[in-house]
Design a protein around this ligand. Structure first.
Ligand code: SF4
Length: 388
């Protein structure tokens, strides 16, 4: 807070954005930009109504320095095994001025998670000038030389505009994983949800990231084509990924909370949302079409019906398909029980249906709320919007 900045905007202390990928739960979050420069995707609730801005580089450097100071303090407070007494943390926090509290909380969370990775926020950090990003990466590396991963979200539209040389310089400076919201490889779906990129751009961006030597995570949104474009969505998305071969393919099933543009289309009937069973059929087709790639497919989002549909391609493909086939072959009643139990966190795998204790809890819940196979999808939709 002592440093003077030659910018109009004054520094108000450490900042943190609203989201990070599930796989970055233990990462230190460093906010480079605020919100999303595109912000038009009809399925995305995260930054609606918020203006995009680039934070002054000096403010980002101040954030990094603040966390660094607190990490040094935490290292001093820790015993030989790395543990810190709660009372020592409370005492230290009592003496901190208000503007330092958030940086301390971020440092503490990172310290507790092992301090291995850093995630740059918000939706599209690569939109800033390459030289500025490279200076920030250099500062992160000099302050936290032990961290072995620095990652960021980026839009495909932005990546294709960065030269291969600049991407390589970012990788050399420490940026070693990019998360891209591919969502779909089908142009008709991308246009419908106003993603602002086409399939060709998605493929080009993914291939550029890989060429730069960075790890690549591509997010796919099952259900995003609705009933009308479900097949096209599955096949074209698989085809795009077959041409990219990302390190990770991460599934995050569509949910439609109130307040997003897609909710109007859904209510008016212009968008027909898939049921759970239709979504499973779509995911099955999508995975079946993944060919010739060695990506790790993960299902690490609570919105997904199956946590166990994951594994390294191509070896894990038969097992993933078999899980979905087993689900589709269940009786209506058992499918309904699994859908409910999974969303309540009672089940994690299909085999949990064999646990009498867990089954009894699910049956009690279904009995209490009158949930039957013919009504389960409405109730699931309602529950899913609460997970966002
Ligand atoms: S680009 Fe990403 S963050 Fe921005 S509106 Fe689309 S989905 Fe949301």
């Amino acid at each position: 807070m002592t440093q003077k900045h030659p910018h109009k905007e004054s520094y108000h202390g450490f900042e943190q954005g609203p989201i990070r990928p599930p796989s970055e739960a233990n990462s230190l979050l460093i906010r480079i930009t605020r919100n999303c420069p595109w912000n038009r995707c009809s399925f995305c609730p995260v930054y609606k109504g918020k203006r995009f801005s680039i934070r002054p580089e000096a403010h980002v450097i101040d954030d990094i320095d603040a966390v660094h100071r607190h990490v040094l303090t935490l290292k001093k407070l820790a015993d030989a095994s790395g543990s810190i007494l709660r009372k020592d943390i409370n005492e230290h926090m009592r003496d901190l001025p208000d503007h330092e509290q958030q940086a301390f909380a971020a440092a503490l969370n990172w310290f507790a998670g092992g301090m291995r990775s850093i995630f740059l926020q918000d939706a599209n950090s690569l939109v800033i000038k390459p030289d500025s990003l490279i200076r920030i990466l250099g500062h992160l590396r000099s302050r936290f030389p032990w961290a072995d991963r620095i990652t960021s979200y980026a839009r495909a539209h932005t990546i294709v505009r960065i030269s291969d040389d600049d991407l390589k310089r970012m990788q050399t400076a420490g940026l070693n994983r990019i998360h891209i919201g591919l969502e779909s490889g089908a142009d008709a779906v991308l246009v419908m949800v106003r993603k602002g990129v086409d399939k060709r751009t998605q493929i080009k961006a993914g291939q550029k990231v890989k060429r730069a030597g960075m790890e690549l995570s591509e997010y796919v949104m099952p259900g995003m084509g609705g009933r009308e474009l479900s097949r096209e969505h599955a096949c074209e998305t698989a085809d795009a990924l077959n041409q990219i071969n990302p390190d990770f393919i991460r599934l995050r099933t569509l949910a439609i909370p109130d307040g997003i543009p897609l909710a109007d289309d859904y209510r008016s009937g212009r968008f027909q949302k898939l049921s759970d069973i239709e979504t499973v059929r779509e995911i099955r087709l999508f995975i079946d079409r993944l060919e010739g790639i060695s990506s790790m497919l993960t299902s690490d989002h609570i919105l997904n019906l199956f946590e166990e549909v994951q594994g390294r391609l191509p070896e894990a493909k038969p097992d993933m398909l078999a899980v979905m086939d087993r689900f589709l072959a269940l009786s209506d009643q058992d499918r309904c029980r699994f859908q409910v139990g999974r969303r309540l966190g009672i089940f994690t795998r299909l085999a949990d249906l064999k646990s009498p204790k867990r089954l009894a809890r699910v049956d009690a819940f279904c009995g209490q709320y009158g949930i039957a196979p013919d009504k389960v999808d409405g109730m699931i939709n309602e529950m899913m919007t609460r997970f966002i």
